[in-house]
Ligand binder design. Structure first.
Ligand SMILES: Cc1cc2nc3c(=O)[nH]c(=O)nc-3n(C[C@H](O)[C@H](O)[C@H](O)COP(=O)(O)O)c2cc1C
Length: 396
């Protein structure tokens, strides 16, 4: 277990954890190896639920032989179950294993049920308001953690959930100006808005909690987006956060579940390579301007004018999103197949993949280090020297 550090533990449903949370990263970027390795150190490790079949050769083969929607959807549920079980085994009773579910995903309720069935310790839900989460998990002893970006969103969820007799076990506050992947803001021009500032949210929520008769120990706050050093961890924990969520720095660890090329792209990206754009979900997203994204962005306005309102058959047959700019012909949304692009990135296909990444520099520069080293650096300010090459990658 982890050596001494000076921070209070993050308390979740009676468990004491390191105050660093590993954010869920799809498609397949945080699967069992990353989440299990993080939990093993005594923290919350998160499996991203979406489209995990890509990590399982037998399921990929099954889907190739029978590419109907139901086969693909079922393969993903089998994959999620396997990943949770493998992560729990790796964690060996330490920490907690969460499953990240995006509300914007068609199968979100199935992923939640599978997470409960296979013994996940927590569900972390973002990309939409998780108003149905208490109903979906009724009677199950599992921590529920919404991801939101401002006090208004938190207040709304608290009020709706309290009517159902349930409180979130924690809330993740993700800052749209810094985080990777989909961002919790409808308009890119809005991402620096002061209402997303963590200090301001803490202040506003003090009032909301008081009105609702609850306290911070009832619903701890975890802040995420651009937290990349011991100093940043210290700053936010001292400012009143109960934990910090970290994404990109975990994606590039040795234990990260993506291909080494994926980690190289993220680790080597310079500030000018990191861009924001509108995803097929309609939400802004942040990624590295790799060859495919560069091409897409250069042609984006032409694509919108030409085919923006054309409806398309879902190219993979998975129908992953409830609303998709490409399938549903929504002009102002993105127009590409996000599942195909993210799966290509997972496999390390630099030319064709979409590589989500947070905005800030990484704690170890462009070095690939272990989960243990990263946690140690973030919590104590120093890490042991690098050990020569321990990389491991397998799409089994
Ligand atoms: C490659 C990548 C994929 C991500 N995928 C998801 C996801 O599937 N669901 C989600 O809620 N957040 C996702 N995120 C956001 C992270 O969980 C995390 O909150 C965020 O990246 C924190 O900012 P940081 O990367 O600067 O640490 C993703 C981030 C990255 C970098």
């Amino acid at each position: 277990m982890f050596p001494d550090h000076s921070f209070a533990p993050l308390q979740l449903r009676g468990r004491q954890l390191l105050p660093i949370v590993q954010g869920g990263m799809g498609v397949g970027i945080s699967a069992h190896r990353l989440a299990g390795s993080v939990a093993r150190e005594g923290a919350l490790g998160t499996i991203a639920s979406i489209d995990l079949r890509h990590h399982h050769a037998d399921l990929v083969e099954q889907c190739r032989a029978d590419p109907r929607h139901d086969t693909l959807a079922q393969a993903n549920l089998v994959a999620l179950g396997r990943e949770i079980e493998a992560a729990r085994k790796l964690a060996d009773g330490h920490g907690m294993i969460a499953v990240n579910v995006m509300k914007a995903v068609n199968a979100h309720a199935d992923y939640v049920r599978a997470a409960c069935e296979h013994g996940a310790d927590a569900i972390v839900m973002g990309a939409g308001l998780p108003l149905d989460l208490p109903d979906l998990t009724q009677g199950v002893d599992i921590a529920l953690i919404p991801i939101l970006s401002d006090a208004r969103g938190v207040s709304l969820v608290l009020k709706k959930w309290m009517k159902k007799g349930r409180l979130p076990d924690a809330v993740v506050l993700e800052h749209p100006a810094h985080a990777g992947g989909h961002l919790g803001v409808t308009d890119l021009a809005d991402m620096d808005n002061e209402r997303f500032g963590f200090e301001r949210i803490f202040e506003e929520l003090d009032g909301v909690y008081a009105t609702l008769g609850i306290s911070r120990s009832d619903v701890p706050l975890i802040v995420g987006g651009g937290i990349n050093s011991h100093e940043a961890v210290r700053r936010w924990l001292q400012a009143g956060a109960n934990g910090v969520q970290v994404g990109t720095p975990f994606a590039v660890t040795e234990e990260g579940d993506a291909h080494p090329n994926f980690k190289r792209v993220l680790a080597d990206a310079k500030p000018e390579d990191i861009v924001e754009f509108i995803s097929v979900t309609g939400l802004p997203a942040r990624a590295v301007k790799t060859p495919w994204l560069d091409r897409y962005l250069r042609n984006e306005s032409r694509i919108r004018v030409k085919i923006g309102q054309v409806k398309n058959a879902c190219p993979t047959g998975l129908e992953c999103l409830s609303v998709c700019g490409l399938r549903d012909g929504i002009e102002k949304f993105g127009h590409f197949c996000i599942d195909t692009r993210l799966a290509a990135a997972l496999r390390g296909d630099v030319s064709n993949g979409l590589f989500f990444r947070g905005r800030e520099a990484l704690p170890f520069g462009n070095a690939i280090r272990s989960v243990r080293d990263l946690l140690e650096l973030l919590l104590t300010g120093s890490a042991r020297p690098a050990v020569a090459h321990r990389a491991a990658f397998a799409l089994s």
